[in-house]
Design a protein around this ligand. Structure first.
Ligand code: KMH
Ligand code: ZN
Length: 272
């Protein structure tokens, strides 16, 4: 089996220090969390950024500041900015980090409920516009899918030429409004993507480690981090993103899967 690519979603846009004081807001905190995840074995940092007070932002300047600071410490890590941002942001805001020409970025492939009255909007035309801009900047999309219909949308847009193969999917399982984080549903998602695609599993909250374990066994890749889950185990708050990554590494070792370095991840994902 291919080596396991671990992505650390270190910050997110919704989780707060009130929920876990180790959630990073400042540039220094973001670097600290990126480093803890990398040192533990993460090859990719899925990056959201915040103002110092925790407000989510998609400002290109703030992204640049954080990316430059991470790069200084971790020259080879893959940095994957979010174009999902936070619920309610404009398309222009969300696309701002693409102007920095990152190696990868997320491409959210459908609209879904996001808990309470929140709706995470990604219409077909928006997805096409986002994909076009990523193509212009040579950015490999990580196709974020929160439900099976979003896989079908990505395949449709691939057939129309907007998303290039080989496609890389991130199955985000267990969002309140998306597909649930169960083994049956993960199997369904993994069996629904075209041959030659790669995929990562992310589970929200208590679904995190069950989904990651399934991915390790099935030949997928793994995403963990404060964006998805703040607990190391039931009732035990994670002290860092690194602790969550260390747990994935332990599971992978027990199950016989080696961990990919950033350069090995680049080869697996077809990055330049
Ligand atoms: N914060 C969510 C509304 C992504 O990064 O592309 C969207 C999100 C997905 O986190
Ligand atoms: Zn995200």
């Amino acid at each position: 089996m291919e080596k396991l690519i671990i992505t650390a979603c270190i910050c997110g846009a919704e989780v707060t220090k009130e929920q876990n004081p180790n959630v990073p807001y400042t540039v220094e905190e973001i670097v600290r969390e990126a480093k803890s995840a990398y040192d533990a074995g993460a090859a990719i940092i899925h990056l959201h950024v915040r103002e110092d007070d925790g407000t989510p932002t998609q400002s290109a300047d703030r992204f640049k500041e954080c990316i430059d600071a991470i790069r200084k410490e971790l020259p080879d890590v893959i940095i994957q900015p979010s174009t999902g941002g936070a619920v309610g942001m404009s398309n222009e805001e969300r696309l701002a980090p693409i102007d920095l020409n990152p190696e990868m970025a997320t491409l959210d492939c459908g609209t879904c409920n996001f808990g309470g009255d929140e709706i995470f909007v990604n219409t077909e035309n928006m997805i096409v516009d986002f994909a076009k801009k990523m193509n212009e900047h040579n950015v490999k999309p990580e196709i974020e899918v929160f439900d099976k219909g979003m896989v079908d949308m990505a395949i449709r847009l691939h057939k129309k030429g907007f998303i290039k193969a080989p496609m890389h999917f991130d199955f985000v399982m267990g969002v309140n409004g998306g597909i649930s984080g169960t083994p049956r549903d993960l199997l369904f998602m993994a069996e629904s993507i075209p041959q030659g695609s790669t995929w990562t599993a992310s589970g929200v909250g208590r679904a995190e480690f069950p989904m990651v374990t399934m991915a390790i066994l099935m030949g997928g890749h793994a995403r963990v981090g404060f964006e998805d889950n703040i607990y190391l185990s039931k009732g035990v708050m994670a002290k860092s993103n690194g602790e969550l990554v260390e747990k994935v590494v332990r599971l992978a070792k027990e199950l016989g899967r080696e961990i990919a370095t950033p350069d090995e991840a680049r080869k697996i994902l077809g990055l330049k």
